[in-house]
Write a protein that binds this ligand. Structure first.
Ligand code: ZN
Ligand code: ZN
Length: 278
């Protein structure tokens, strides 16, 4: 073998090794949709930046720690608190909500004096593909909330004074119309591989309209994904390695190609550490 070839080989090997070990660790602090643009923010110990989701090469931690405070300037959690359901500890969340539990189970919102709970709320009907669901959210966040869920269409059912009332109304309508408050991930992912059945959706909508007051049916169709996908993606556990080329995003799922279509739940990332390889 020619000596320059040997050097070239060694050089390549070194480069590929350093490539292999070029890793950085970041803390995921938020995932949200701004209209139809997804935004995943990470903190590297010095700065907040947006993670490019085009090519995925990440190793996700099992543990979650509080994302800190995101208002104006970023401040990491002073306690580095471990978190589970919520991505903030109660202390860091206190700038915007007095009882974190109110997110899912509002109680005493007439007096919980939280800006978050006291504002007007909307109760809505949403379609995830052909599956209808009833939900509620702050009125100002309605469209964002629907996009977060990857809804294909929606209609307004009611507007109420505060969060507790919204939750009660949501339950009442859900029972009366026999429509669930949740659509599981398997159904959502399966719908991505089907052509949107507008006729079926309109039939269900008309059935509901016959039974209760409901606003106009509106479609939400500008997600950065080309549907229908060739088949339903498989949801991978959040923790662990995700490597592949992004296919598209809808709701909380990023779909990527890695020996078939895979899905990662981006809403489960805030609080986790990512080791990013580049
Ligand atoms: Zn905290
Ligand atoms: Zn409350």
């Amino acid at each position: 073998m020619h000596s320059s070839c040997v050097f070239k080989k060694a050089d390549e090997l070194l480069r590929s090794r350093s490539k292999l070990f070029h890793e950085k660790e970041v803390h995921v602090v938020s995932f949200k949709w701004i209209d139809y643009s997804p935004e995943l923010k990470v903190y590297d110990g010095d700065n907040i930046s947006e993670l490019d989701l085009g090519i995925l090469n990440i190793n996700v931690s099992k543990e979650k720690t509080c994302v800190g405070t995101l208002q104006d300037d970023y401040a990491p959690c002073p306690n580095g608190a471990t978190v589970s359901i919520f991505s903030q500890c109660q202390r860091c969340a206190s700038t915007w909500i007095s009882r974190l539990e109110c997110i899912f189970e509002p109680s005493g919102c007439e007096s919980c004096s939280s800006d978050f709970c006291e504002k007007e709320h909307s109760v809505y009907l949403a379609f995830l593909g052909k599956y209808p669901k009833i939900g509620m959210t702050r009125k100002a966040r309605l469209k964002q909330r629907l996009i977060e869920q990857g809804a294909d269409a929606y209609a307004l059912l009611a507007t109420v004074d505060h969060r507790l009332k919204a939750r009660e109304e949501e339950r009442t309508l859900s029972n009366m119309l026999n429509i669930p408050q949740r659509v599981g991930h398997k159904k959502k992912l399966a719908q991505m591989a089907r052509k949107l059945d507008r006729t079926g959706m309109q039939t269900t909508y008309r059935g509901i309209k016959n039974r209760t007051a409901v606003g106009e049916l509106r479609y939400l169709r500008d997600y950065p994904i080309r549907e229908p996908l060739r088949n339903a993606p498989r949801l991978r556990p959040t923790a662990g390695i995700h490597r592949g080329k992004m296919v598209g995003l809808k709701g909380r799922f990023l779909i990527y190609e890695s020996s078939g279509l895979q899905a990662i739940d981006l809403s489960d990332l805030p609080g986790r550490k990512l080791r990013i390889r580049s």
